[in-house]
Design a protein around this ligand. Structure first.
Ligand SMILES: Cc1cc2nc3c(=O)[nH]c(=O)nc-3n(C[C@H](O)[C@H](O)[C@H](O)COP(=O)(O)O)c2cc1C
Length: 209
């Protein structure tokens, strides 16, 4: 399903400033996330995923800090995470209902591959942390686009596991690291539908002195 991406050329190679592409325009104009309930096997192989992650990192990055990293969950590691997450939820949210715990017990097995994108800013650097976090957000979306362009369905979820001290500890995140996204990747079992779109004209104004 997944095609190959061209490798990055050597540093200094002359590059194109734009790449007109009807396919790319269609992809961007019509992209949709898949529902978290509509993902199944197969997912990208390790080699395919490595390529997706490589091209996903071709994002704007002020002062080239690469302030992000990936934590990949595949195979049995997904259910192992689920079980630990249930224990953490019980500790952190004693009032969590059986339904909530049951949901958590199935989180990472909703897709063949889950990629935690970790925002990993250098807080001592003169590049503002905000800019480093924005670069991480750009990477998340780039990963979704790269996956779609390769035939994979994907969605960006956070849920409580992106905001839990216990999960951060389980994932061994550093003090200033945060989960920016859990990107779920696999094969769609049902096609998404177009959703309501914002009134973009209302979002655009033109500054006048
Ligand atoms: C930072 C971030 C976190 C998100 N977390 C969730 C989430 O936890 N649960 C959810 O249903 N959708 C979440 N979404 C929204 C979906 O990823 C998706 O964008 C939404 O369903 C709209 O679909 P579309 O991407 O095709 O427009 C999140 C989006 C972003 C940008």
């Amino acid at each position: 399903m997944s095609g190959r991406f061209p490798p990055a050329p050597p540093v200094g190679t002359p590059m194109l400033a734009s790449r007109p592409s009807p396919d790319a325009r269609t992809l961007i104009a019509l992209r949709r996330s898949i529902s978290k309930r509509s993902l199944s096997e197969p997912g990208p192989s390790q080699q395919q995923l490595d390529e997706l992650l490589t091209v996903a990192t071709r994002v704007p990055d002020h002062r080239r800090l690469a302030p992000w990293r990936f934590l990949v969950f595949e195979g049995a590691a997904r259910d192992a995470f689920n079980q630990r997450a249930v224990e953490i939820q019980k500790q952190e949210t004693p009032e969590a209902s059986e339904t909530m715990l049951a949901d958590t017990a199935g989180y990472f097995t909703r897709a063949p591959v889950v990629v935690a994108v970790i925002s990993s800013p250098d807080v001592t650097h003169k590049t503002p942390v905000w800019e480093q976090e924005l670069s991480c957000g750009a990477l998340c979306h780039n990963l979704l686009l790269a996956a779609n362009a390769s035939g994979w369905a994907g969605c960006w979820l956070t849920e409580w596991i992106a905001f839990s001290p216990g999960i951060n500890q389980l994932l061994e995140l550093g003090t200033h690291e945060r989960v920016a996204a859990y990107i779920y990747l696999g094969t769609a079992t049902a096609a998404p539908q177009e959703r309501m779109r914002p009134d973009v004209a209302a979002k655009i104004s033109r500054w006048q002195p």
